[in-house]
Ligand binder design. Structure first.
Ligand code: ZN
Length: 189
């Protein structure tokens, strides 16, 4: 669910998580929420991990090419160096940070900020992709985005890797991955 302007908690921060597989619209949803906060004249900062160099180095860009200026950081702690005056903090590709991101998101929310994170909730094998499960646990608001299975057309929540590679992280886009449902997903070997 999404928190609307009318229902937004007063005098406190909170955490929103947008989680799902690749091609499910996570980044579009993050951008949409952040843009609305900007229109409301809130001070918005957007972070993303350096690992993700596709398309653009200092913007968050979704597969359908919406973009926002973002701050590229090497480790989760770097958010705290920038975040002081921000009212709304967006974090994209949050699965690429280590577990310290959970405490940092909690700290920011405890300080009264709205924290919106987007990321993969499962790896290419369908295994929960920490720290996203932990973030889901501490968030007030959770949205699971579903893609469309390219094989059967069902709602899809798994990321199918189309190349053989046992590394958990292989950064790529449409050429290496596709969205599939539970029934059509398999683990490549
Ligand atoms: Zn399917």
């Amino acid at each position: 669910m999404e928190v609307t302007q009318q229902q937004a908690p007063q005098n406190t921060g909170w955490i929103e998580v947008v989680a799902g597989c690749m091609f499910s619209g996570k980044t579009e949803e993050l951008i949409r929420r952040l843009r609305r906060a900007q229109i409301a004249r809130q001070k918005v900062l957007i972070f993303k991990p350096r690992i993700d160099n596709r398309y653009s180095s200092n913007q968050i860009v979704s597969h359908n090419t919406q973009s926002l200026e973002s701050i590229v950081i090497d480790k989760a702690e770097d958010i705290l160096l920038h975040a002081k005056d921000a009212q709304v903090i967006g974090i994209d590709e949050v699965q690429f940070f280590d577990m310290s991101i959970v405490g940092i998101c909690n700290k920011l929310a405890d300080e009264g900020k709205r924290v919106i994170v987007a990321g993969l909730d499962q790896d290419y094998r369908g295994v929960p992709f920490e720290p996203v499960p932990q973030l889901l646990s501490v968030a007030e608001y959770i949205t699971k985005t579903l893609a469309i299975c390219v094989v059967c057309g069902n709602p899809a929540d798994r990321t199918q890797r189309k190349i053989a590679n046992a590394d958990r992280v292989v950064v790529g886009a449409a050429d290496s991955y596709e969205a599939r449902c539970r029934k059509c997903h398999y683990i490549p070997d």
